[in-house]
Design a protein around this ligand. Structure first.
Ligand SMILES: Cc1cc2nc3c(=O)[nH]c(=O)nc-3n(C[C@H](O)[C@H](O)[C@H](O)COP(=O)(O)OP(=O)(O)OC[C@H]3O[C@@H](n4cnc5c(N)ncnc54)[C@H](O)[C@@H]3O)c2cc1C
Ligand code: SF4
Ligand code: SF4
Length: 417
């Protein structure tokens, strides 16, 4: 690498952690390459209906961040790409970045002519498979880069309708995967998390009963860009529920599933109870919990929810959820305060499942150590872990963590602003 052109930092994962680390380092004067495997940046948080603690839509903060990414000449963003190799080299890292074929290029104007003619439908990944979308589409309304994506695997043989309909020559149905090697000064791994799958909790109706959903699905049900246009409706019959139960620690703090606390699920449920109550003020909401973990100022949310009409807290672990004869769901739990087993009948159950680090299951090329739960532990030279890849945390903590990671990465490069 020449003396005049410093090596960039490479950030893997463009959730809130990766975006923060990128912006902090770039705005301090460093070149940064941000690699994201999805077609758009934003990670998991962009899929929330509202953010705690302020309960604002995640698109607000994200728009500011994407504007900063777009305007900073030191930032290069590569979407639809991942790191396949990361070797020590010259005191830094030689990183191989593999990109899936970019079937739609920068000439895309978002006119939508391609979607209108597309005969193939796929389950919408942004809405966690709860809706169907054309194979060619904008990934979601807040997507950045603002460019259509194409699920080529879903195309019937010989179909070229979208390419023929696009008058901007923005579609290349024959695009091939590409690969490049980047000499990086340091690597920030911000690969985040996946929700614990509810079908591993059949005793709680997960994956068995249609009206038992995960907390991440509830976020999409309430979101205006979600599968029901923001109406909270039961998946089985499309009716608004009048009784909703939240099951805390569903699979968390449980050695059979995730032995750790995911740190955000209590707060996520309180947030969801607030927006369910706002939309369905007559609904009875019961929250089954072991502990209510609301550290610091987040305690205010607990007080706020406890004062809402129709909200009840039951201290006790739910043992089972089964179908009732009338289409309802019956929860059985030990009410610790009453000292007996209680049965509660509801229309919709939300399982507050935890966060599983992507590093746990992925083949990781970073040479990172991982703890027994799969979270990244530093130890590889020039590789720094940030956000939920390192430990479960909310957006505010993730942002602080990623700022620290950026500072460390900048120190590794030995350059100042
Ligand atoms: C139900 C629920 C609700 C929540 N609500 C809130 C809330 O209201 N307020 C709040 O503060 N927090 C909330 N959280 C927590 C919040 O979602 C996390 O703090 C946040 O997502 C952490 O961001 P991250 O960047 O570390 O990870 P992620 O958001 O997971 O981002 C990681 C990114 O890395 C990408 N990636 C992964 N692997 C690779 C790879 N190999 N190569 C390239 N890219 C890769 C992913 O595609 C993703 O874009 C909630 C959590 C849950 C479970
Ligand atoms: S790919 Fe072409 S037809 Fe489709 S939205 Fe972009 S410009 Fe329009
Ligand atoms: S080629 Fe694929 S994306 Fe394009 S119109 Fe046909 S099915 Fe849809």
């Amino acid at each position: 690498m020449s003396a005049t052109r410093p090596r960039p930092l490479l950030v893997v994962g463009a959730g809130i952690a990766g975006i923060t680390a990128t912006l902090e380092a770039a705005e301090a004067g460093h070149e940064v390459v941000l690699v994201e495997r999805e077609p758009a940046v934003g990670g998991r948080a962009i899929r929330s209906h509202h953010y705690f603690p302020k309960l604002c839509p995640p698109s607000c903060g994200m728009e500011l961040n994407t504007r900063r990414l777009e305007r900073n000449p030191r930032v290069r963003v590569i979407t639809g790409a991942t790191v396949t190799a990361c070797r020590e080299s010259n005191g830094g890292r030689e990183v191989t970045v593999a990109r899936t074929p970019a079937f739609v290029n920068d000439r895309c104007t978002l006119c939508g002519a391609c979607s209108a003619v597309c005969p193939a439908k796929v389950k919408d990944p942004f809405n966690l498979g709860m809706a169907e979308v054309p194979a060619i589409r904008l990934p979601h309304p807040y997507a950045w880069p603002k460019r259509f994506v194409l699920d080529r695997d879903a195309c019937p043989a010989g179909c070229r309708k979208c390419a023929e309909a696009c008058t901007y020559d923005a579609i290349d149905l024959d695009a091939k995967p590409t690969q490049e090697t980047i000499e990086a000064a340091a690597v920030v791994v911000a690969t985040g998390w996946n929700p614990y799958p509810i079908d591993k909790l059949p005793e709680l109706g997960g994956g068995v009963l249609a009206d038992v959903i995960a907390n991440v699905q509830m976020e999409r049900l309430a979101a205006p860009a979600g599968p029901t246009g923001g109406k909270i409706l039961r998946p089985s019959d499309g009716k608004p529920p009048t009784r909703v139960a939240f099951v805390q620690c569903a699979g968390s703090r449980d050695t059979n599933h995730l032995p750790y606390c995911s740190a955000v699920c209590c707060l996520a449920t309180l947030k969801q109870a607030i927006y369910v109550h706002e939309q369905l003020p007559e609904a009875e909401i019961t929250i089954f919990y072991i502990d209510r973990r609301t550290p610091g100022r987040n305690e205010d949310m607990l007080t706020r929810v406890a004062e809402l009409k129709g909200v009840h807290f039951v201290k006790g672990k739910v043992g089972s959820v089964v179908a009732g004869a009338d289409g309802s769901l019956v929860l059985k739990a030990e009410d610790v305060e009453l000292g007996r087993i209680v049965e509660t009948r509801v229309d919709l159950v939300v399982l507050a499942t935890g966060m599983v680090p992507n590093l746990k299951s992925d083949e990781t090329p970073f040479g990172l150590l991982r703890d027994e739960d799969g979270f990244g532990v530093e130890g590889a030279a020039g590789v720094i872990v940030a956000g939920v890849a390192r430990r479960p945390e909310d957006v505010a903590a993730t942002t602080r963590d990623a700022t620290g990671a950026a500072a460390k990465a900048c120190m590794v490069t030995g350059r100042s602003a």
